[in-house]
Design a protein around this ligand. Structure first.
Ligand SMILES: Nc1ncnc2c1ncn2[C@@H]1O[C@H](COP(=O)(O)OP(=O)(O)OP(=O)(O)O)[C@@H](O)[C@H]1O
Ligand SMILES: [Mg+2]
Length: 344
């Protein structure tokens, strides 16, 4: 028997976003992909939540769902996405109550919540200058004065550390290096001072020096502006540098959620423990680096019980392979939860 558990109410009053039991499936010619199987997490105001997990676990689809930008083949089949723009706003709005192209959603998208996409080149329009593209967002949401919009676009390019912001504003995306394009994307995302920024692997395609600069920049802007960030990455090193809290995803579910310290020093889920064992560490000179046995299951199939059980070194036969573990509280004060039979 497999039953799905309701999500635990562990959130503070001041969550910017709270995703509850979100289910998204893709109906394709090859079959149904259950991309999100009941994702739940919260992002407290002004904090950075890292979303980590292997390729295909549903990180991007979670971010795109909050923006209501999942392609038509993807259907939202359950759950809520509660968004509270101001601390005092009561009650929060359920983003899923708005149509994808409704005026309410167009106002939220880009203005209150913005996203840095996984591939910057595919999200910058090659036919318009970088300045034009930033101005467009400002003109849509903030002011109708073109001169003011241009001034704000140059200001935001200065803020993200562009060497010659006026010249960059007049450049086309192909005239910029990868690192500069990424800064342009960050500038565009921050141009309307969003309450929530969703950054989907914003530095994966960059060399380590540029990556370090961009991460520093984002952390600096985050503490200056106070934007809450949902930071999607598969890199635990980046998590340690950027995040306050972490949600670990596996096969369309959050399997563990905790503060960044607890994820690194008190991990509970065998999947989180395996992820951490596969990172190289300074000073560890003996033995081979551990890898997680097996591979992520085929997305078209469904795994009974805990979806990690076929790869789990401590799975219990007759339990982990039949019953989906409920989300249980490890530490209520710190918001540490886990979905594992061995920890319930
Ligand atoms: N347009 C689509 N059509 C069908 N299946 C899709 C589509 N987009 C995503 N999926 C499926 O949804 C699941 C989650 O995808 P998602 O892009 O969220 O993964 P991810 O965690 O962001 O991976 P990565 O680290 O590689 O970016 C995957 O199994 C993927 O195959
Ligand atoms: Mg992705």
């Amino acid at each position: 028997m497999t039953t799905e558990s309701p999500s635990i109410n562990l959130t503070s009053h001041d969550d910017v976003v709270r995703v509850e039991d979100l289910k998204v499936s893709f109906y394709t010619q090859l079959g149904v992909v259950r991309a999100l199987n009941g994702v739940s997490f919260n992002i407290p105001r002004g904090r950075v939540l890292g979303i980590v997990g292997e390729s295909g676990c549903g990180k991007s689809i979670t971010g795109l769902s909050i923006m209501q930008l999942v392609v038509a083949a993807g259907r939202t089949e359950g759950g809520r996405i509660l968004f509270r723009e101001d601390a005092g706003q009561e009650p929060p709005v359920n983003i899923l109550d708005y149509g994808k192209n409704s005026p309410e959603m167009r106002k939220i998208r880009g203005n209150n919540i913005s996203m840095i996409f996984q591939e910057p080149m595919s999200s910058l329009n090659p036919c318009y200058t970088v300045g034009n593209q930033i101005e467009e967002a400002i003109l849509l949401h903030q002011t109708s004065d073109k001169t003011e919009a241009h001034k704000r676009a140059v200001d935001v390019l200065t803020k993200v550390g562009m060497p010659n912001p006026s010249r960059i504003a007049a450049s086309y995306p192909h005239e910029l290096s990868g690192g500069m394009r990424q800064r342009a994307m960050i500038a565009m995302a921050l141009s309307c001072n969003p309450t929530l920024l969703i950054a989907d692997e914003p530095t994966t395609a960059l060399d380590v020096t540029t990556e370090a600069q961009i991460l520093d920049l984002m952390r600096g802007l985050q503490s200056e502006i106070g934007t809450s960030i949902m930071f999607i990455t598969h890199n635990m090193g980046v998590v340690a540098q950027m995040c306050d809290e972490v949600a670990v995803m596996y096969m369309g579910r959050v399997v563990e959620r905790a503060t960044v310290d607890d994820i690194f020093y008190e991990p509970r889920h065998p999947y989180t423990i395996s992820l951490l064992q596969s990172i190289p560490r300074l000073g560890r000179t003996k033995g081979r680096l551990a890898s997680i046995e097996g591979s992520v299951p085929d997305p078209y199939s469904t795994t009974p019980g805990c979806s990690f059980h076929p790869r789990c070194p401590v799975a219990i036969k007759g339990l982990c392979d039949t019953i989906i573990p409920e989300e249980t509280i490890v530490d209520a004060a710190k918001g540490h939860t886990v979905r594992c039979h061995l920890n319930s």
